[in-house]
Design a protein around this ligand. Sequence first.
Ligand code: SIN
Length: 292
Amino acid sequence: MSDVVKPKRGGPRSKVDWSETQPYKRISVSKVSPAIGAVVSGVQIAEVDDETLAEIRRALNENCVVFFRDQHMTPEQHIAFGRRFGDLDVHPAAANSAGFEEILVIAADENSSRANGEAWHSDVSCEPQPPMGSILYMKEIPPVGGDTLFANMYAAYDALSDRMKEYLHGLVAVHDGNHVYKGLYAGVADKPAYPMAKHPIVRTHPETGRQSLFVNRSFTTHIVGVPKDESDAILDYLYNHIEHPNFQTRFVWEANSVAFWDNRSAQHRAIWDYWPHRRYGHRVTVKGDTPI
Ligand code: SIN
């Protein structure tokens, strides 16, 4: 008889917790997939009061990414909304900021040789204190395409076998910005060095207390303290596992949509399938804390 552990009966390895959350009073929250993402409606984020803000924070914690349609805000209001969640992160490499150092311009058109975020990642995870969240306000969209994929890293962690969880606990991986950012931005002189940090592979969310996987194809280079072939094999397994469609949703942008994602519990990937059309937006990024 084979020693391979067969999946137990009673559904897939990855199961969604359907237990009810407390009702929302100020906003409406509609899930867009079982695993991740919800549309929040009934609100202009540039004008929210503190109670509404607290509900948006709860919706973010419960869904890993929240989407808002038909938002209208100036760059100053966008920055001010981000600041209500914490200090803002200034990107370590990009220079295109539409005149505000807190804004990262996300743009691609017929003259672009690349688009931002085309591989799965958690934003700037190479920083010692990577961002808690990113708030992307899309102003111009192509006629079709330019969607963003999001994946739930709690669900990815939960679906691992107990033996794999045991192996990963206590391991630390290096996240390096140098191979990502050197020469990336046309017309921007390289800095002598970009951030590099070691983070636990399994991190605990400071607000929800839940554990999630925190390695990604873009920034993570190796696991500390194991041979290179083992590190490569384990990371490759985790990247493939993380990218399983069961953990994902795909957001179809409209002009003036906002996506607010939690970099501690979600990864994302932008799809550049709309060339030669133009896609243009502004991202504000909220600082986070040291992953533990
Ligand atoms: C990013 O912030 O990684 C880009 C996301 C997107 O363009 O959809």
